[in-house]
Design a protein around this ligand. Structure first.
Ligand code: GPW
Length: 832
């Protein structure tokens, strides 16, 4: 098979013949039709929402023709396709991306202008689909973007949550969650297909029977069911005429519910029962990397994979397709363990429903799945209690037991007498309660298992799944994560994009990001550095403007922007960043440092905490309290500014990242699987201060040690420190500055004299400090001094920043896709 490379723009004209809108006049006509006949309003009486929806529907017309053509080509070629199974897609706004992909921006801007409307204002009307928590969901969105751009057949499957990730607000600095009603004003980007609804069953029991060939078989007698309605979304390739599909499932009550209503005495009560079915796709669970083991979540997982498998077998494949050839036609990529219940589901479909023999079905299943692990945290590895799984999916539990039994027989034969190994490798564990280890099931069934950065894949092999990697060394591989350059530089950083295009001579870098290497010689050119600085300065102005209107935050624009944006998690160590800020402040208060000698900086945070994660919410409150005090203390003379805009999301990331000078990637070594924010910052010309963790390792190798501020323990040192019996209190007692810093917080200085207010954070740090923030504190401060020294030389800083951009091409998700294709999927690109 030919390994696809991204198709460069110009492969097809952005205004090819399939698109109905080419000119300003055609756009105006299309827009007015959508407004008058789609919305039923005149321009004069239309609301901004009417205008946004009409605009989106006019733009999407240009994609729809290409969408149908892509599907037709795919069908003609009967090509193998990727079915990406992910419980989350953190897509970000759709309108901008559609305009970019179609190349319609100028025509639309001109047309709207002629009508007295502003594209910027209409853009702002869109609520982003927040159907994910953080990195994992955003990665899925980047991957489907890259596959479309590379003309690789892919369908993304997921859940159309009615409420996505919660909207965060602060009340007295404390996080409060509001529901995200992203669908409230209508969604012009989805295509519902209720006529293609599929039924999914739950509960009940199983029974054995003898089939007409005299074979002993098992069947599932489920107790209840729901329907999954597919909602299709277009995934446009970048100016290549391709549009792939994202198919999100929404739950709806079945006829069975209707009948119950009909037969029930209490009609109103029976109608109410319908909402039970609809609850399944109601809300995204807001826990990132800490699954809760709730029944509704297991229902969600089974719901979307059962719909997706059914869709593949019955709608995507031709009639009378020989399922023995399934692995030639589709590879199901499991985005972490959330969709792993698809494995016993495929076995059930093949064995129970299609009458296949177990061994044949297992051979097919093993070739059809591959598993990506995204974590090293033991608490993030999903397990389901046998009791819950057996109640909800009794047949699947039996199948899992049988997979385990056959596998353990193999292990027994390979390691005779090693009962301990047997217990270690069993899918079923008895502690703390009898449960199913989903990562083990995925590893045993999958053709490949991959980690998401070089270090992560190594630790996954050696620390998390050592027995399995010893048994199947070839099953384990790495694919380092990536980010789409379309959204995360071309769209979000137009200033830098224009500078790159001017310098390189064409726009080809947008689909061939390694071409950024051509910028390297310009890093030494003073004129280029000056232009680069102007772009950064303009991005700061834009951000300051956005935060002023969005959050009523006042930001200086002539200072270093030091940015830490990611989910709030102890292992990511927002507290270490906070200790740095409080240290700088304490040094001013105590007179250790004259305020004139403090380097002016703005510290920007963005972070949501899982609503039930107490200590994470306390940390948010503390950041806000420190910000309030520092920002308002006249002794600081405005040199330190802390800004924490609420509700960090993709839309805000697109503004924050291009304005950053310094990227904070300070997780404890060995805890962050990869990180992808780190890549976005480097690509946008921020320097990283970071630990030797996740993809930071590869970023540093590529950009060079001189252009990266490394600090902190390495993973083996972390292990050794913990093994020796780590005592955070003694670190505190032996470092006077750390002591002064923590004591300032404990004194009530940031809490109107209330010494108890932040006691939970303090005692967590001094008593436990699970992620060794105090142990890395001194090294972090030292690295921050190196940052200040480097920033004092603007020309040299610019040089480093430009080299970060020039050497970040590797982190394109297009490259990640090439690696998945070569190492795991073996799917060719569509030609023509
Ligand atoms: F725990 N990640 C995430 F592995 O965003 F499932 N949510 C999650 O629930 C998990 C992982 C899970 C992140 C990783 O923390 C991050 O390091 C990685 O870059 C990202 O997934 C994409 O691979």
């Amino acid at each position: 098979y030919p390994s696809p490379r991204p198709t460069s723009p110009g492969g097809l004209s952005p205004y090819d013949k399939d698109a109905p809108i080419h000119t300003v006049d055609e756009f105006i006509n299309g827009f007015m039709d959508e407004l008058n006949f789609g919305r039923g309003v005149s321009l004069a009486r239309s609301s901004r929402n009417d205008q946004y929806i009409a605009l989106s529907k006019a733009v999407r017309q240009n994609l729809q023709a290409r969408w149908m053509k892509t599907l037709a080509r795919q069908y003609e070629e009967q090509a193998k396709s990727v079915a990406y199974l992910s419980a989350e897609y953190l897509l970000g706004r759709q309108l901008d991306n559609a305009l970019l992909a179609t190349g319609m921006t100028d025509v639309v801007e001109e047309g709207l202008d002629a009508l007295g409307l502003s594209l910027d204002r209409l853009r702002a009307q869109e609520t982003e689909p927040g159907l994910g928590n953080g990195g994992l969901g955003r990665l899925a969105a980047c991957f489907v973007d890259s596959l479309a751009t590379m003309s690789v057949p892919c369908i993304g499957y997921g859940i159309r949550y009615e409420y996505g990730i919660f909207r965060q607000e602060f009340e007295d600095g404390w996080q409060v969650e509001h529901s995200d009603r992203w669908l409230a004003l209508g969604n012009p980007w989805e295509f519902p297909h209720p006529e293609h609804a599929v039924t999914v069953h739950f509960g009940g029991s199983t029974e054995t029977y003898t089939d007409d060939r005299g074979r002993e078989r098992t069947r599932w007698l489920p107790a209840w069911d729901v329907q999954g309605v597919p909602y299709n979304y277009m995934v446009p390739g970048y100016r290549n005429g391709r549009v792939n599909t994202l198919r999100l499932w929404s739950a709806r009550a079945t006829r069975a519910f209707d009948l119950r209503i009909f037969n029930a005495g209490d009609y109103v009560e029976a109608v109410r029962a319908q909402t039970f079915a609809e609850n399944i796709s109601k809300v995204l669970y807001p826990e990132d990397s800490t699954p809760q083991g709730k029944e509704l979540r297991l229902q969600q997982q089974y719901f979307f994979v059962a719909c997706s498998l059914r869709d593949q077998l019955e709608n995507v494949l031709p009639k009378y397709f020989d399922l023995a050839n399934l692995p030639d036609r589709v590879i199901f990529q499991l985005n972490d363990t959330h969709p792993v219940i698809a494995i016993p589901e495929l076995m059930r479909l093949l064995v129970d429903e299609k009458g296949m023999e177990w061994d044949d079905a297992w051979a097919i299943t093993q070739k059809c799945f591959a598993y990506t692990c995204h974590t090293l945290l033991p608490e993030a590895l999903e397990v389901w209690s046998v009791e819950l799984l057996g109640k909800l999916l009794p047949r699947h539990l039996e199948i899992i037991y049988k997979i385990n039994e056959i596998f353990l027989d193999e292990v027994r034969a390979a390691y005779p007498g090693d009962e301990i190994k047997l217990r270690r490798m069993s899918i079923i564990t008895d502690h703390p309660e009898r449960s199913v280890r989903m990562a083990y099931l995925a590893t045993i069934a999958g053709s490949k298992v991959n980690g998401v950065a070089a270090l992560h894949s190594e630790l996954l092999r050696d620390k998390v799944l050592p027995d399995f990697s010893a048994y199947w060394p070839d099953k384990f591989t790495n694919v380092t994560n990536g980010i789409t350059p379309r959204r995360f530089i071309r769209l979000s950083n137009p200033g830098l994009s224009d500078l790159i295009t001017q310098t390189l001579g064409d726009e080809g870098w947008v689909t061939d990001l390694e071409r950024l290497r051509e910028l390297e010689p310009h890093a030494d050119d003073p004129a280029f550095r000056e232009k680069f600085r102007q772009v950064k300065a303009a991005n700061k102005q834009t951000l300051a403007q956005v935060l002023s209107t969005r959050d009523n935050i006042t930001l200086p624009t002539d200072v270093m922007y030091d940015v830490m944006v990611k989910r709030l998690h102890e292992y990511k160590r927002q507290t270490l960043k906070l200790l740095h800020i409080v240290t700088l402040y304490e040094q001013i208060l105590s007179g250790k440092v004259a305020v004139e000698d403090v380097m002016p900086r703005a510290f920007l945070f963005g972070a949501k905490a899982a609503p039930g994660y107490r200590i994470a919410k306390e940390i948010i409150a503390l950041i806000n309290a420190v910000g309030k005090t520092v920002n308002n203390d006249p002794q600081v003379q405005g040199r330190l500014t802390v800004a924490f805009p609420a509700n960090y999301n993709v839309t805000l990331a697109e503004r924050l990242i291009p304005a950053a000078d310094l990227s904070e990637q300070i997780s404890l070594a060995g805890k962050e699987a990869s990180g992808t924010g780190n890549m976005k910052f480097a690509l946008n010309g921020a320097l990283t201060i970071g630990t030797d963790d996740g993809a930071n390792v590869e970023i540093r190798q590529l950009v060079g040690d001189d252009n990266f501020f490394l600090f902190g323990m390495l993973e083996p040192e972390v292990e050794a420190t913990i093994a020796e019996g780590y005592s955070p209190v003694s670190v505190y007692e032996n470092n006077p500055q750390l002591k002064a810093t923590i004591d300032l917080i404990a004194s009530g200085h940031f809490s109107d004299g209330d010494r108890n207010r932040f006691e939970p954070v303090i005692s967590n740090l001094l008593g436990e400090d699970r992620f060794l923030a105090l142990a890395d504190y001194a090294a972090y401060l030292e690295a921050q001094q190196r940052v200040e020294a480097a920033y004092a030389d603007p020309d040299d800083w610019s040089r480093k920043a430009i080299l970060n951009v020039a050497r970040s091409g590797f982190f394109s998700s297009d490259r990640s896709m090439v690696d998945y294709i070569d190492r795991i999927w073996h799917t060719p690109a569509i030609t023509q």
